[in-house]
Ligand binder design. Structure first.
Ligand SMILES: [Mn+2]
Length: 382
């Protein structure tokens, strides 16, 4: 059986003010082409369908078109909600859609959901697990104390009726790590604080394949058969050096190794970074070497302040998304902020007083101080 594993579509995402919808439509067409050329038997979408829990109308339409086209190709689709999705919206009409071989699971309802597909070697069980938090799982397992993501996954897997003598695929959208191995992370993932959400891969090693979503860089986690497909497009400048892929997974007889192959995706506009003084960057010599359609992050190294830098850059590079000054002043500032944040244990009032002093050059009057204190108190009360 050949699966196409994708994840983290983030349909409707806006990156630095630029809508990604046209990019997304284009990349979905590439995915449809792969389904045809590789004769794929099922498509697994491991969460973060939309970028927002209440997606914009245009985003819903783009997903509707994609899903309809998959259904018309008669390819079963196994899909779960990610942390960006609204579980109920993803589950909408899902009982009706199973007739079309579309298996959409938004909410966790107490146990892993099984969907069985068949190939020439027999049955393959797909276990669908939408994104879960310890608190949301806790209600279903009152006898256990579930305080961590690791404990939550443990309870879910342990209570599932999985026959490991048959072939099993887990579809999940959590942050899995192999102890001691640092994963590749991206800014667009919305990292939760610390490593509290990390789950050890020991819990899922017995599956024949684990189709993961959540991390935006394509990667294996501690084993050949536990994979993050990554997002189909670059969604932040931290991903500029990544190539984006969907994974073609081939599952044969039980215990015959599962193979994965990366199929590359090409964006309409690539995302890159250029660096230099503004006069260099705007020069013909420099700009003729750059694809001007690309989405750009421009790092300006001029020492002096530049008036309307974005406008100047845009006159040559229409798709500039962001610029950052980088000179002796900004380097000094960043050292200062680092030092400040190390010693910051100040109250909101103290922080504001400091801010006022920096901006106005004097301390607040008694009356001003009173207003700020009152405002801060109402803020807390709400
Ligand atoms: Mn994501």
């Amino acid at each position: 059986m050949k699966l196409l594993h994708l994840s983290d579509l983030h349909i409707g995402k806006i990156v630095h003010g630029y809508s990604m919808l046209e990019e997304q439509k284009n990349v979905f067409q590439q995915i449809i082409n792969y389904i045809q050329s590789e004769q794929v038997n099922a498509v697994v979408i491991a969460g973060d369908i939309y970028d927002q829990s209440i997606p914009r109308n245009e985003a819903i339409r783009v997903f509707d078109d994609f899903l309809t086209e998959l259904a018309q190709k008669n390819v079963p689709v196994l899909l779960i909600a990610g942390n960006h999705d609204s579980p109920d919206r993803i589950s909408y009409a899902n009982r009706l859609l199973t007739d079309k071989q579309l298996f959409l699971l938004g909410s966790f309802n107490g146990s892993l959901q099984k969907v069985t597909l068949k190939d020439e070697y027999g049955e393959v069980n797909f276990w669908l697990l939408p994104f879960i938090k310890p608190l949301s799982v806790h209600d279903f397992f009152e006898e256990h104390s579930i305080e961590s993501y690791d404990a939550a996954l443990n309870a879910v897997i342990r209570t599932a009726d999985i026959d490991y003598n048959t072939r099993n695929v887990l579809v999940s959208h959590q942050f899995f790590t192999k102890s001691g191995v640092e994963p590749i992370r991206s800014e667009s993932e919305l990292n939760p604080v610390g490593g509290l959400d990390a789950i050890n891969t020991n819990l899922i090693e017995k599956f024949d394949y684990v189709a993961l979503g959540h991390l935006h860089g394509t990667q294996k986690v501690g084993a050949e058969h536990i994979c993050y497909a990554g997002s189909p497009l670059k969604y932040s400048f931290s991903e500029i050096r990544q190539t984006k892929f969907v994974l073609l997974v081939e599952i044969n007889e039980k215990n015959n190794s599962v193979t994965t192959k990366k199929l590359a995706l090409t964006p309409l506009h690539d995302m890159c970074e250029i660096k230099g003084k503004i006069e260099e960057i705007l020069s013909k010599e420099f700009s003729s070497l750059i694809n001007k359609d690309n989405y750009l992050h421009v790092i300006l190294t001029n020492e002096e302040e530049i008036l309307d830098p974005m406008e100047k850059i845009r006159s040559v590079y229409p798709n500039v998304m962001k610029y950052t000054p980088e000179n002796s002043r900004t380097k000094k500032d960043s050292i200062n902020t680092q030092q400040n944040s190390e010693q910051t244990n100040l109250s909101s009032y103290e922080l504001f007083s400091e801010f006022f002093l920096n901006v106005c050059g004097c301390t607040m009057s008694q009356e001003q101080a009173k207003i700020v204190k009152e405002l801060l108190e109402t803020e807390v009360a709400e």
